[in-house]
Design a protein around this ligand. Structure first.
Ligand code: SF4
Length: 237
């Protein structure tokens, strides 16, 4: 289940007893290919599975001192050619990290992915929204869907997420709110805080505690060194 190739969401019934509803039409979040743009993040959320280097310095400085933590445009091009020659059936891609906005050449990665992709999701904590016009323009130009993380782990106030969504609406950039929680009850509690979202604008991810439970996308995961693995980089046991 997940996002279909035309960018619409396939739906599944998820029982949400805490909301006193029998069933709620919620889409779990998935894609055919995940691209790990960087293993740098400026947050250190408790429970994050990613083996990140945490840095709040400007992205260009991180790139200069630790280039091995960033996927290069050439490595991405090679990986995509080995997955599927250009001209094949387009597929749904998620760009993840770390935090993708910490990659100083993220726009170049998006441009390379675009001919291969039916849909591109940018999974992000969202704190760049309203402050990074280059990324905003890339999202608009390549019809990216900005997938903003909102859950207990990310500790972002609901009002901030609502402001990000409204900003993206004004700028004609599509978005989803991605809620990653351990249980349906926790999901329902977080979902109840997003009263500005329709059900179509909310997606659910199961929070996992072990690496074996991590998502395994159909076409794999492009790691920051350009290799293709069957699941995400992880520091979980
Ligand atoms: S923002 Fe995302 S990648 Fe960064 S530490 Fe938090 S969960 Fe991990």
């Amino acid at each position: 289940m997940g996002f279909s190739h035309d960018g619409k969401t396939e739906r599944t019934k998820v029982s949400i007893p805490a909301m006193n509803r029998k069933d709620m039409d919620i889409a779990p979040f998935s894609s055919d290919l995940i691209v790990e743009a960087t293993l740098v993040c400026d947050q250190s959320c408790i429970g994050c599975y990613a083996p990140n280097w945490v840095s709040k310095e400007i992205p260009a400085d991180s790139f200069k001192s630790k280039p091995h933590l960033f996927l290069s445009p050439d490595a991405l091009t090679s990986a995509l050619r080995s997955i599927r020659p250009h001209g094949g059936k387009p597929f749904a891609v998620s760009i993840r990290g770390g935090e993708p906005s910490r990659h100083p050449a993220l726009s170049s990665l998006i441009e390379i992915l675009h001919p291969y992709a039916s849909t591109i999701f940018l999974e992000t904590h969202g704190r760049w929204i309203g402050r990074n016009l280059i990324m905003l323009n890339a999202c608009r130009m390549f019809k990216i869907i900005v997938a903003i993380a909102f859950d207990a782990m990310h500790e972002l106030p609901a009002g901030a997420v609502r402001d990000f969504c409204r900003y993206l609406d004004r700028e004609s950039v599509a978005w989803r709110v991605v809620i990653t929680e351990e249980s349906q009850k926790a999901f329902a509690a977080t979902r109840a805080l997003c009263d500005w979202c329709s059900d179509e604008q909310v997606v659910y991810q199961q929070k996992v505690a072990r690496s074996i439970q991590l998502v395994r996308p159909k076409l794999g995961v492009v790691r920051v060194d350009g290799t293709i693995a069957n699941t995400l980089s992880s520091n979980l046991g």
